[in-house]
Design a protein around this ligand. Structure first.
Ligand SMILES: NC(=O)c1ccc[n+]([C@@H]2O[C@H](COP(=O)([O-])OP(=O)(O)OC[C@H]3O[C@@H](n4cnc5c(N)ncnc54)[C@H](O)[C@@H]3O)[C@@H](O)[C@H]2O)c1
Ligand SMILES: O=C(O)C[C@H](O)C(=O)O
Ligand SMILES: [Mg+2]
Length: 628
């Protein structure tokens, strides 16, 4: 017998009658094996479970076909994407995906079987979490590109077809006023890490609406694999406030709310309600904001960062990773780090990521120059920022307030032979920068012409960071960079690429400049320090730890970031640095049985051991049954 024929609906009128007759609150457990005949002549299916237990039970699960009243009755609200589907729609979605399978499995960005691998891993994740994480940790280099960037981008794009079992929670614009109770539908009493998105800017792929949940799952996979956060204490969250992606708005198989995005006060009210709800149920949780469009990324960060344990990965995590790369590029030229304020840096992209990097780099330069206002002002002139409209100058109309501090002055650019809106190639040609850094989400932006222009760099070893994700959005490939600019360059990309064979036994090293080297350690360090906020100092400590991680020899060989196979070790180091800083700033309040006073007594090695001892490892525990 198929699932659908096994399912019988309990009408809400019948439910009320049953409840009043039996004095029970829920539709489950009604009458044991007794059965009632509904007005439609159907008999209800008696279930002895609710919440995730139902979704995980192939006998009773209807997935997205659970009606809203059933979702309320069975404590399922928030555990499914918001769009209720008919069984016909479910089948159509499944069939469309099945038909696409062969094609889909072949269009992985660099690996033709990436989606097929993702499906197999995902099924293991659904069946056996311990085994899944063991596979992931032991083969992180091979499978990070599948569960994380770049394949996760493809997964988000194809989420409608790939969706099987829900993972994580969905809060939608329709849940206003309900979130405080909905959070109790999640089965875990302890949640350490939430990664939340509103799906508005997923990697460089734009607005993917509810399908963006995939990125939060991928980030939390790294939290478990790299930081050893217990997988039973992570929660991926999608806040569905609608989408402005017209294709999804018209797609009958789309799983999210088919309305335009909420904006302004209405939008903020939804995010506020979510924050209040999760921090009420789990006061010690850390919330990582991920892939929010720039318009909201900064505003929400300012709104919450002083009152909640939260940070924005794209703004703050990326800033730290890029900063570590910039310092690495100075070291790779054989110069002391203190020379950093002399670097000329051209940044393409002035969104949440680009501006985050610019602010962090400017502050670091200013600190190195004596931390005065004059130093801060003089650091500004090391940056040239190019966005979709070209070079940003003070002459720009309607300039974004976050970009304004980096707008070049008229006098300066005149001297440099540049004008408002100058093209990237002209800027590179005139400025002859030490570093060209891309966070534009425009694949191929560092064209042959731009790279040719970079050959005129005044640096002995120019650095190119093509940081946009996923692979097809990278501003250039390492092959292009090494072949056009020269063998001596430093190269980093957001998504993984292979090293380049330069001939004569030489290898052009491709670094992965991705925030994955920081966010797991920032989260773990914050958790274990017990700090109530994620301070600028803690973020700076994380970045400096990453910058100092590589040896002199590695850096001189162009290796400025660790390989992903070392991600657990670098994460431990970053977490220890974050804890040390939290202690120094008197923010550390302790974690579980270790209190603030004890934390203060720990030396560096003891802090590292403390971190290691608190990292979850994928080993089977002994399981016993107890009736409670
Ligand atoms: N490697 C990492 O760790 C990392 C971290 C965060 C974000 N990213 C990537 O950075 C990219 C941007 O993210 P965001 O949140 O800042 O996005 P965003 O959409 O807010 O910003 C994109 C910026 O690029 C500019 N841009 C567009 N076309 C351009 C062009 N032709 N020339 C120059 N600039 C152009 C836009 O004007 C805008 O300022 C994404 O691809 C994302 O995946 C990478
Ligand atoms: O997710 C990534 O791989 C990095 C970053 O957070 C991004 O948005 O691109
Ligand atoms: Mg991101």
């Amino acid at each position: 017998m198929g699932n659908f024929s096994r399912q019988m609906r309990i009408s809400s009128a019948l439910l009320k009658r049953l409840q009043s007759r039996q004095g029970t609150l829920a539709a489950v457990n009604v009458g044991g094996s007794r059965s009632f005949t509904t007005t439609e002549g159907h008999r209800p299916t008696i279930v002895h479970k609710r919440s995730l237990d139902i979704l995980h039970d192939p006998w009773f699960n209807k997935g997205t076909a659970f009606s809203m009243t059933e979702r309320d009755r069975l404590d399922l609200r928030g555990l499914l994407p918001p769009n209720v589907m008919t069984s016909e729609q479910q089948i159509e979605r499944f069939m469309a995906d099945l038909k696409r399978l062969q094609l889909s499995a072949r269009d992985g960005p660099s690996d033709p079987y990436s989606l097929a691998k993702w499906r197999i891993l995902n099924r293991l994740h659904d069946r056996n979490e311990t085994m899944y994480y063991k596979v992931l940790i032991d083969n992180i280099e091979e499978y990070a590109p599948i569960v994380y960037t770049p394949t996760v981008g493809l997964v988000c794009q194809k989420y409608s077809g790939l969706f099987r079992r829900p993972r994580g929670m969905y809060f939608s614009a329709q849940d206003r006023g309900e979130m405080m109770s909905m959070v109790y539908n999640w089965p875990a009493d302890q949640v350490d890490m939430i990664v939340v998105t509103d799906g508005s800017r997923i990697l460089g792929l734009g607005d993917l609406g509810v399908q963006g949940i995939g990125i939060t799952i991928g980030k939390l996979d790294l939290y478990v694999a790299a930081a050893g956060i217990n997988p039973q204490r992570v929660l991926p969250v999608m806040i569905d406030v609608g989408t402005n992606n017209e294709k999804l708005l018209e797609d009958p198989l789309y799983l999210g709310l088919q309305q335009h995005r909420l904006d302004g006060e209405e939008y903020i009210a939804v995010i506020d309600e979510f924050m209040e709800a999760v921090f009420t149920r789990w006061p010690h949780v850390i919330v990582q904001f991920e892939d929010f469009q720039s318009k909201w990324a900064f505003k929400l960060l300012q709104r919450y960062r002083n009152n909640y344990r939260m940070f924005n990965d794209d703004v703050q995590g990326t800033a730290g990773v890029a900063l570590a790369g910039l310092l690495g590029a100075v070291r790779a030229q054989g110069r002391p780090m203190i020379d950093f304020p002399k670097m000329k840096i051209v940044v393409a992209g002035a969104g949440s990521a680009g501006i985050g990097v610019l602010n962090a780099a400017r502050k670091t330069m200013a600190r190195m120059l004596g931390d005065t206002e004059i130093a801060f002002e003089s650091a500004r002139s090391q940056f040239w920022v190019v966005d979709a409209n070209g070079l940003i100058t003070e002459a720009r109309e309607n300039i974004d307030p976050d970009a304004r501090p980096f707008a070049r002055k008229a006098k300066e650019i005149e001297r440099q032979g540049l004008t408002e809106g100058a093209t990237l190639v002209d800027v590179v040609r005139q400025v002859k920068p030490d570093v060209l850094l891309g966070l534009s989400a425009v694949g191929g932006l560092f064209s042959k012409e731009v790279l040719e222009a970079l050959k005129g760099s005044t640096s002995t070893r120019p650095a190119i960071f093509a940081m946009s994700n996923p692979t097809k959005n990278a501003e250039c490939t390492p092959e292009e960079a090494f072949s056009i600019v020269g063998d001596n360059i430093i190269f980093g990309s957001g998504s993984p690429f292979s090293n380049v064979d330069l001939g004569n036994g030489h290898v052009g090293h491709c670094n992965q400049a991705n925030n994955m080297f920081l966010f797991p350690g920032i989260g773990l360090g914050t958790l274990l320090s017990g700090s109530k906020i994620v301070s600028d100092g803690m973020l700076q400590a994380a970045a400096e730890c990453l910058a100092a991680y590589m040896t002199e020899e590695e850096v001189l060989h162009g290796v400025i970031y660790p390989s992903i196979s070392r991600i657990r070790d670098i994460t431990k180091e970053v977490a220890a640095a974050v804890i040390t800083e939290a202690i120094e700033e008197d923010l550390a309040e302790g974690y579980r049985e270790i209190d603030a006073r004890e934390l203060h007594k720990l030396n560096q090695d003891e802090i590292r051991t403390y971190v290691l001892n608190n990292m979850w490892c994928p080993e089977y525990p002994t399981v016993v049954y107890r009736k409670d």
